[in-house]
Ligand binder design. Structure first.
Ligand code: ZN
Length: 439
């Protein structure tokens, strides 16, 4: 007899129960892992008031349930950094470090399909939450991969550390920057670092071997004020417009290489105007018959590690904001641009780097495909460890996933999240087993 031939509500109950079981093809462990991910996403770690205390309490208790050592550090008041450790069998070898930032950018709930801190999982398995991709998935995936490895009685040769850091989304100054130069970090003897990458819309995982360095450039032009009707040389606005024109031409020369397919966006210097401040205010807006004596323009500049920063500094000095045209400028270089040995902040993503080979083979062994290694167009905490001369790759195993970091309706599919755990099991076990005669 078919279930469908029974029409009473009471008799339908077993069918409904059966269908809810059938709807999930996940094991109990996998369902638990998804739930732990949702729990972490529900902790409000978005700026401007990230709840680091609750996040650290949650992650510590998960780590302890797995049997990892935990240590809470605080390099700035109220901004906890959680360090987890699984000691390796050979303490003379350098260790591996898995990094993930706890904080995330804010969200505008009214523009989301589901509340951004509810971690709603829809019928298609999409888990909606701020931080789902960037990058709270990583912390839970690292932990769950370690849980699975512990359960499988895996013994790491190299020590495995996980750093869960604050403050990445505001520049990392009170998080990874201070951690990477600390005594506690030195004591870890880190040989290789994995940090966040980005989702990939194709079935290939993306991997990043460098970040672009962000600079803020503010150019100020001054000049004699004058009547709005007068034509004269060297006015503040005229000088500022010259600057904007020169910068626009440079921007075009870079952008053209991208449009022609010669370079990726992250391989050129990007320069974008972000504000212009000029004019003499009046109660109704601006004084219209007067040329102002001061004008300012701000640019967001991003440099790939392949360019010489000194050449750009020279260009700014001589062409973009020449003193001879009554211009001054302020250049704020956010974070390092070279490592302690004076090398560009890029990790070799080829056979010359044994860590790369181990990483690449492990991803393939997990059934994954890797896209051509890229420079990240934006910035991550990885630059602070690269600055210490330590190789670091940016990697978030999210294939077939739209790139939604910092966007409305950020989500990660449950299947993609779970597959990431498997990928990390392969990657972590391979890296931590890396032979003794290597660095
Ligand atoms: Zn991030």
């Amino acid at each position: 007899m078919s279930l469908f031939s029974v029409s009473s509500a009471f008799s339908l109950l077993p069918f409904l129960l059966l269908s809810s079981v059938l709807a999930s093809s996940f094991t109990q462990l996998e369902e638990d892992q998804i739930q732990r991910f949702q729990k972490y996403l529900q902790i409000r770690t978005a700026h401007p008031n990230p709840d680091y205390a609750s996040a650290v309490a949650f992650l510590s208790s998960e780590a302890q349930s797995i049997g990892l050592q935990t240590l809470t550090l605080e390099f700035a008041r109220g901004k906890s950094l959680l360090l987890l450790s699984w000691p390796g069998s050979d303490p003379s070898l350098s260790s591996i470090l898995l990094n993930s930032h706890i904080d995330s950018v804010p969200a505008e709930p009214s523009k989301w399909l589901h509340p951004p801190f509810a971690a709603v999982r829809d019928a298609a398995g999409r888990i909606f939450a701020r931080g789902a991709q960037d990058d709270k998935c990583l912390a839970v995936q690292y932990l769950e991969a370690l849980r699975n490895l512990k359960a499988a009685s895996f013994v790491p040769r190299r020590s495995i550390h996980v750093s869960l850091v604050p403050d990445e989304e505001t520049g990392g100054a009170d998080g990874a920057a201070k951690f990477a130069t600390s005594q506690e970090f030195r004591a870890l003897n880190v040989g290789f670092v994995l940090d966040e990458g980005q989702a990939s819309p194709t079935d290939e995982f993306r991997v990043f071997y460098a970040d672009r360095s962000p600079w803020s450039l503010i150019v100020k032009a001054v000049g004699e004020p004058g009547h709005g009707s007068r034509m004269y040389d060297n006015g503040a606005m005229e000088n500022l417009m010259d600057c904007v024109e020169v910068v626009a031409r440079f921007r075009e020369s870079q952008f053209d290489q991208v449009k022609a397919g010669i370079k990726a966006v992250s391989e050129v210097i990007s320069v974008n105007p972000v504000f212009v401040k000029a004019g003499t205010p009046s109660p109704t807006g601006f004084v219209m018959n007067m040329q102002p004596s001061e004008a300012e323009v701000g640019f967001d500049v991003r440099l790939p590690p392949t360019v010489d920063p000194d050449l750009l500094r020279k260009r700014i000095d001589e062409e973009w904001a020449p003193a001879i045209r009554n211009m001054t400028y302020q250049l704020i270089e956010k974070g390092p641009i070279k490592d302690i040995a004076g090398r560009p902040l890029a990790t070799p993503a080829n056979e010359s780097n044994p860590w790369w080979s181990v990483f690449q083979q492990a991803v393939i062994a997990s059934g994954g495909k890797l896209a051509r290694p890229e420079i990240l167009a934006s910035t991550t905490d990885a630059r602070f460890v690269r600055q210490m001369g330590i190789p670091a790759l940016g990697f978030s195993p999210m294939a077939n996933t739209p790139i939604l970091l910092h966007e409305h309706n950020e989500f990660l599919k449950d299947t993609v999240f779970l597959r990431g755990i498997k990928v990390y099991e392969h990657v972590i076990s391979a890296l931590s087993s890396f032979p003794a005669n290597s660095p």
